[in-house]
Design a protein around this ligand. Structure first.
Ligand code: NDP
Length: 293
């Protein structure tokens, strides 16, 4: 039987509706959540991402400002801009669109963002807080920002009613922005987690054991139907631009015939990333409101 499709558009829409209520309540108390995006250079994909984030803010009533800087911007100028945004009370979240041009030290820039405005969740303070929490409820309850894409994956699973406790979860990919944080979040939800990467042996066999499979490797249609077991739940994080358009890391048409649930690409994890960014911005604004109260 074909899998149930986990729609990131639908789940994201539901979360954004919930956020709208929180935003209206914050506005009633004199706080309008504000997000600043910073883009250096003219990479077309990055321009689209930043524009979409601005539009998503507008739709929800979040104040947003976009700082588009030329490719040859000096690192010191960028750091000055971030220092200003750190101090700006209108701004509750700062997002620097990656990748940055090669002459700029990416870590230095990300570390310059005030951790209390680091809505991407990449600052070492947030990463450290995230790492030290054991339970998911504690992670979301504390004033730390979970990274958006991994948090979006967990929301998709939870809101689709997938029980994670005691399940075997396999993650393909060990990057700092997806694979590793997804592993921590699944573990915090009591799954037993295996992380695979390019040196993993017997990858097929490991994948075949998965109750939940998260693919984040950036290889089009890498996960084939014979690599998964019947009834697996598949979260496809991959975004690959191919001649046939955007495809994920999973051979969707074939795998959906064996899976019980699966995310499509596009329309799966992608919309959740922006949604969780908005959620983090609202979370940050709520803290401001509490400090004012
Ligand atoms: P990275 O390139 O940083 O990491 C890829 C990971 O996959 C590495 O750990 C690598 O292993 C592993 N890998 C590569 N080839 C294989 C293989 N043949 N078998 C097993 N593991 C392999 O990618 P990201 O984590 O940044 O992104 C992964 C995908 O997710 C991309 O398609 C990206 O576009 C997408 N993405 C989507 C987002 C969304 O919002 N939907 C957000 C972020 C990313 P090793 O470490 O050994 O090199």
């Amino acid at each position: 039987m074909a899998a149930k499709i986990i729609s990131g558009n639908e789940v994201g829409e539901k979360i954004r509706e919930e956020l709208k209520e929180e935003i209206n309540s914050l506005k009633g108390k004199g706080v309008t959540p504000g997000l600043a995006t910073v883009l250096v250079g003219d990479d077309p994909a990055s321009q689209v991402y930043v524009r979409n984030k601005g539009r998503a803010c507008e739709k929800l009533g979040i104040y947003s400002e976009q700082h588009n800087l030329p490719r040859d911007t000096e690192e010191t100028k960028l750091l000055e801009l971030i220092a200003g945004l750190n101090e700006d009370p209108k701004i509750h979240g700062i997002l620097v669109q990656l990748p940055l041009p090669k002459h700029i030290d990416e870590s230095k820039v990300l570390y310059a963002i005030d951790p209390s405005k680091d809505v991407d969740g990449f600052h070492p303070t947030n990463v450290g807080l995230f790492f030290t929490e054991k339970n998911f409820e504690d992670m979301i309850g504390k004033q730390l920002f979970l990274p958006c894409t991994p948090h979006g994956c967990i929301e998709l699973l939870q809101r689709s009613g997938v029980e994670l406790s005691g399940k075997d979860a396999v993650i393909l990919g060990r990057s700092n922005i997806v694979g590793k944080p997804v592993a921590l979040l699944l573990m915090a939800n009591n799954a037993t987690v295996t992380i695979c990467h390019s040196r993993t042996k017997d990858l097929d066999k490991i994948c075949q054991k998965a109750d939940v499979l998260v693919a984040a490797i950036g290889k089009p249609k890498f996960v084939k139907a014979d690599m998964v077991k019947e009834g697996v739940v598949v979260i496809d994080v991959g975004i690959n631009r191919t001649e046939e358009g955007l495809v994920g890391d999973v051979d969707f048409e074939a795998v959906k015939e064996k899976a019980s649930m699966i995310t499509p690409v596009p329309g799966g994890v992608g919309p959740m990333t922006i949604t969780m960014l908005l959620a983090n911005t609202v979370k940050s604004a709520k803290r401001t409101e509490k400090m004012m109260a």
